[in-house]
Design a protein around this ligand. Structure first.
Ligand code: AR6
Length: 179
C-alpha cells in the first residue's frame, strides 16, 4: 500500500513495509533512552545493521525522550541511523503529544545537519510505547508538515514506513485531515 503528497519540493510518502529494507540516506529508529537496542523496530534495525550500531550507541550513552542522535548505519544501505525516543503513553497527561512531535522535529534536524535528502521513519511510539494510533498519526504528520514548510528544499522525500495495514490506514486518514 502506498500514498503520497507533495509539500513544496518534498514528497511525503506513506507505505507499508519493513524499514530496514528502505534505500534512503537516513533511517530513523524508535529507540529507548539507554540506546541499547530492544524489541520492535529497534531490534530489527540493530539486527540488520550489525554490532557497529550498538558500539556507537554505547559511546553516545543516552537520549532524552523527544531528542534524537545520529550514528552510522553499519550494514544497512542507509548512510545514517537517527535514534529518537518517543514518549511512553500514560493517558495523554504527561506531555506525550509535545514529546512525540519533538521526536520527529529533532530527527529531521539531525537529518538536515548530516545532509540527508531522503529520510524514512517508522510510526514512533505506536508499538511497545502504546501511543493510540490515530492520535499518533495526526501528531506525527503535523510535525513533519510544519518542519517541511519551515525548511523548504531541504528534503527530497520523507517516507513513513508502516508495519501493517492498520497503521497505514491511520496515517492515510490523518494525511487527508492535516495536509
Ligand atoms: N519496520 C517498520 N516498522 C516496524 C518494524 C519494521 N521492521 N518493526 C516494528 N515496526 P516499536 P515504540 C513498527 O514497539 O512504540 C523498543 O523495544 C511497529 O509495528 O518498535 O516507539 C525500543 O527499544 C509499530 O507500528 O517502538 C523501545 O524500548 C512501530 O514500528 C520501545 O520499543 C513502533 O513500535 C519503543 O517503542
Amino acid at each position: 500500500m502506498q500514498a503520497c503528497h507533495k509539500i513544496g519540493n518534498t514528497l511525503i510518502v506513506l507505505k507499508t513495509g519493513d524499514i530496514t529494507k528502505e534505500k534512503v540516506d537516513a533511517i530513523v529508529n524508535a529507540a529507548n533512552s539507554r540506546l541499547l537496542g530492544g524489541g520492535g523496530v529497534d531490534g530489527a534495525i540493530h539486527r540488520a545493521a550489525g554490532p557497529s550500531l550498538l558500539e556507537e550507541c554505547r559511546k553516545i550513552g543516552w537520549c532524552e525522550p523527544g531528542d534524537a542522535v545520529v550514528t552510522g548505519a553499519g550494514r544497512l544501505s542507509a548512510k545514517h541511523v537517527i535514534h529518537t525516543v518517543g514518549p511512553i503513553w500514560r493517558g495523554g497527561t504527561r506531555n506525550e503529544e509535545k514529546i512525540l512531535a519533538s521526536a520527529y522535529t529533532n530527527s529531521l534536524k539531525r537529518a538536515m545537519e548530516v545532509g540527508a535528502r531522503t529520510v524514512a521513519f517508522p510510526a514512533i511510539s505506536t508499538g511497545a510505547y502504546g501511543y493510540p494510533l490515530n492520535q499518533a498519526a495526526k501528531v506525527s504528520l503535523c510535525a513533519i508538515k510544519k518542519f517541511v514548510e519551515e525548511h523548504p528544499d531541504t528534503f527530497d522525500e520523507i517516507r513513513l514506513v508502516l508495519f501493517g495495514d492498520n497503521t497505514f490506514k491511520a496515517f492515510e486518514s490523518a494525511m487527508k485531515r492535516c495536509f
